[in-house]
Design a protein around this ligand. Sequence first.
Ligand SMILES: *[C@@H]1O[C@H](CO)[C@@H](O)[C@H](O)[C@H]1NC(C)=O
Ligand SMILES: *[C@@H]1O[C@H](CO)[C@@H](O)[C@H](O)[C@H]1NC(C)=O
Length: 350
Amino acid sequence: MTYSIVSYSLLVSAALALVAATPIHPRAAASWPDPEPCTGNNSAIHDPSLIKKGDTWYRFSTNDNILIANAPSLNGPWTYQQQMLPQGSIIKVADDQQLWVSKLAPDVHLIDSTYHVYYAVSTSGSQASDIGVATSPSLEAGSTWTDHGSLGLPKSSDYNLIDPNLFRDGDTSHFIFGSFWRDIFQTTLSADDPTKWSGAAPANVVYNSTIRLGADATTVEEGGFQFSTTVAGKTWYYLFFSSGLCCQAQDDLAPAGEEYKVMVGRAESPTGPFVDQAGKSCLSGNGGSLVLGSHGFVYAPGGQGVLVDDGGRAVIYYHYVDTRIGYEYKDFQFGFNYLDFSSGWPVLTT
Ligand SMILES: *[C@@H]1O[C@H](CO)[C@@H](O)[C@H](O)[C@H]1NC(C)=O
Ligand SMILES: *[C@@H]1O[C@H](CO)[C@@H](O)[C@H](O)[C@H]1NC(C)=O
């Protein structure tokens, strides 16, 4: 097919007009605030998960058998403590996993006065994965941790058993996981035992069928995180997730816009259906509203979580590449910002 110069340029300007007219995120990228000030050791952080005990914040992150750091404030100073499971997990996903297995995307919760950290064991890029849980009465690094191993989630070629997230609503323990393949799924944990799967069949809740730029594979959506809040008397259930490529070498970056970013869908029920701000389904319509993307020195933010701080303010925390520091896996930084839900959608604020 050949274009005349005129029809081609008309086509391009029509396409540009369409892009300009389509609202893609709740806040213009130019006005995303920088991460809040944060001191101490914020390096080598992937997929952080935070919880507060007394006056101390605890931060769990991916790799090296799950890393634990703590701080007197979200602003730091953060001090690295130790690995959560120095001996590794009792889950075996491969015969010789010592060399190449990662412990991925921890998710920490206080349940009936015991701290639970859900974690994944996986070999990079394969579906030989599983999700387990370790518990501690105190959160301290060292021998306080008991590894319970696998939750018993079913294996499937539709998903990968990584990136766990628990969301408790009343008596129900909603449980999200997934990455690549058909992206993100939701099931429940046992009502009596939060270390076990309930047996409820996992349902697909987020899937992007778009073939990503320069690849013959669909777009990655992973790192689901559920959150609920009430706006003007109405309770909304949010599903935050990370979309795009998380960790590229500086000389092999994802095409612009295909790098990691934080998306959200919203529903009236904890089980969905989740839709974006334009009303597009996150499951069948490639929906998702952009909450945070690359801006300024922040590149490829994701692996996010959301919490409410002591002052009652919602906080989004995440890992990102600080382009002034470096793009290497070990260079990834911890960051956070405040969120304003007053419009019914999460908007970064200062
Ligand atoms: C900083 O924290 C990382 C883990 O996030 C750890 O690997 C590294 O050893 C820590 N550095 C120091 C100086 O404690
Ligand atoms: C879906 O995939 C396309 C192509 O990679 C991407 O541009 C878009 O941001 C993705 N949408 C979501 C909600 O992840």
